[in-house]
Design a protein around this ligand. Sequence first.
Ligand code: IPE
Ligand code: IPE
Ligand code: MG
Length: 242
Amino acid sequence: MILSKQPRHIAIIMDGNGRWAKRKLLPRYAGHQAGLGTVRRIIKYSMKQGVEVLTLFAFSSENWKRPPQEVNLLMKLFMTALQREVKKLHKNNIRLRLIGNREAFSEKLQGLIADAEELTKDNTKFTLVIAANYGGRWDIADTAKRLALKVQQGSLKIEDIDENLFNSQINLNDLPEPDLFIRTGGEQRISNFLLWQLAYTEMYFTNTLWPDFNEENFMEALKSFGSRERRFGRISEQLKNA
Ligand code: IPE
Ligand code: IPE
Ligand code: MG
């Protein structure tokens, strides 16, 4: 299917793994494992549709509040996924990036992340961004802190701080802004995902649980995106004349 308007960057909250497992009378972990399968498929569909960037919310800064067994299992899953999949990503010319506060991860995991980023940094076909221990408020506060440091060091003047400058320092600044946001699992909230970056993103919510999210559901989201009129504050007539 060729669509008239294509998102260049899709950002997804992959939600519903736990409920998927519960419905099948399986442990929550089985849901996360099934969710990983969906990640593989969605990367493929995104590339097939000419999407350039996919940002996936894998673990929020609030998810540490979950029972310790689940947190541990998620960390293990993240680690094995990195070990197993990075070569495949690299072979497919995919660049992998991680956003989030990685200091909280084990040294081993931090090492794996750094190696994966280094290995794939020059790949050009597609960019996969994993948000792990990420929070939108952390992202904004961290950017503010870096700017404050520059002011303190004398390399930046306070009066030069504006939206554009801030935007040029925050995570994902070098990529196209997210055009389409998808949240699976039925909740209609942002849960501290990209806050700054979603300012003009089209939102799409679906009840489908992440492990069940398939190509048809994905195309449905793209179709919905294709029917939206993005006005960015202007009026409809201005867009038609442009
Ligand atoms: C999303 O699925 C995955 C992570 C947060 C890691 P959930 O684990 O939140 O699944 P539900 O919302 O409990 O069904
Ligand atoms: C958001 O899902 C975080 C991820 C998908 C990684 P949650 O399941 O943690 O969000 P809430 O708690 O329902 O808002
Ligand atoms: Mg959830």
